[in-house]
Design a protein. Structure first.
Length: 310
């Protein structure tokens, strides 16, 4: 029986063996990565520089953009480098770091999306109490709790995953080190240790999911009571981007980690992994800025200042 400690590297899934297609994969991932860097970078800079955006909603959005940048930077650059240099290798420590950082950023993001649902609920359902319930200190504490939750879950999953002996070689059927794919090469009798950790995480995730659903039920009830059509439109404009981001994140991540083994196939696993780990960080800035006049104005001012100040 071979143990995980006997490996000093893993072999990741190659998108293709043909050099032309490897370059196509590199170019596509580079375009997505640059879109994520530029989009999230602009949002972070606009929120930090524009004092009109120094309110809880945009503070949480800034944190979300930081988490998005972290998550896509964990997987995409390594995959691009492997395609460019025609290799599949990732070091043991590199794989360990990928698992830790991915769980950290994804768990932190889901925790933050839960906090943002509460922010939207208070803003629309309890507007008179918004200042007292979401003061600057409370916002910092909630954001810190989201980051801390991500860190603790990452520590738990990484320590548990890499303490399980690996009996089926060192080939990971994914373009990054993903926990379900690592468990596939683990010893079957040791697999159940991760099941307990996964169930614990699943309960926390389900609790956050129920909280988001209940928040939006209350939000929609409050919106429908707004007498003016303009007021309802403004309220929906505040909520729809967050709801779209939550829906994309939850549907793809849940399918990736909770789908039955009978549905698993290399192509499907690859497509789902791209959908939950690569696409959202690039799309989130577009979703949040598309219907948000304040943010669009701040971005226009930032771009104008950047290009025309000299």
């Amino acid at each position: 029986m071979s143990n995980s400690s006997s490996f000093n590297e893993f072999l990741l899934l190659a998108f293709t063996d043909r050099q032309e297609l490897q370059l196509l994969h590199f170019s596509l991932f580079l375009a997505i990565y640059l879109a994520a860097l530029v989009g999230n970078g602009l949002i972070i800079t606009a929120i930090a520089c524009d004092h009109h955006l120094h309110i809880p909603m945009y503070f949480f959005l800034l944190n979300l953009s930081l988490l998005d940048l972290g998550s896509i930077s964990t997987t995409v650059p390594k995959s691009m480098a492997n395609s460019l240099w025609d290799t599949r290798v990732i070091s043991y420590l590199g794989c360990d770091a990928q698992v830790f950082l991915l769980v950290f950023f994804f768990a932190g993001e889901f925790s933050l999306l839960t906090v943002m649902a509460y922010d939207r609920f208070v803003a629309i359902g309890r507007p008179l109490h918004y200042g007292s319930l979401l003061g600057s200190r409370a916002c910092v504490q909630m954001a810190a709790a989201a980051w801390a939750a991500g860190f603790l879950l990452a520590l738990l999953h990484t320590a548990n995953t890499f303490s399980i002996p690996l009996c089926e070689g060192n080939e990971v059927d994914q373009f990054f080190c993903e926990i379900p794919q690592i468990l596939k090469i683990s010893c079957s009798h040791s697999y159940f240790r991760e099941v307990g950790v996964t169930m614990f995480t699943g309960c926390l995730t389900f609790g956050c999911f129920i909280f988001i659903v209940m928040s939006y039920m209350q939000i929609f009830r409050a919106v429908l009571r707004i007498p003016s059509e303009q007021g309802r439109h403004k309220a929906f404009s505040m909520c729809l981007p967050h709801l779209a981001v939550v829906s994309l994140f939850i549907s793809t991540a849940f399918f990736a980690y909770l789908k039955p083994p009978s549905l698993s196939s290399p192509v499907l696993d690859l497509v789902v992994a791209v959908l939950y780990s690569v696409v959202p960080p690039a799309l989130n800035p577009l979703m949040y800025s598309m219907r948000n006049k304040e943010l669009k104005d701040a971005l226009r001012k930032l771009i104008s200042w950047t290009f025309f100040s000299h």
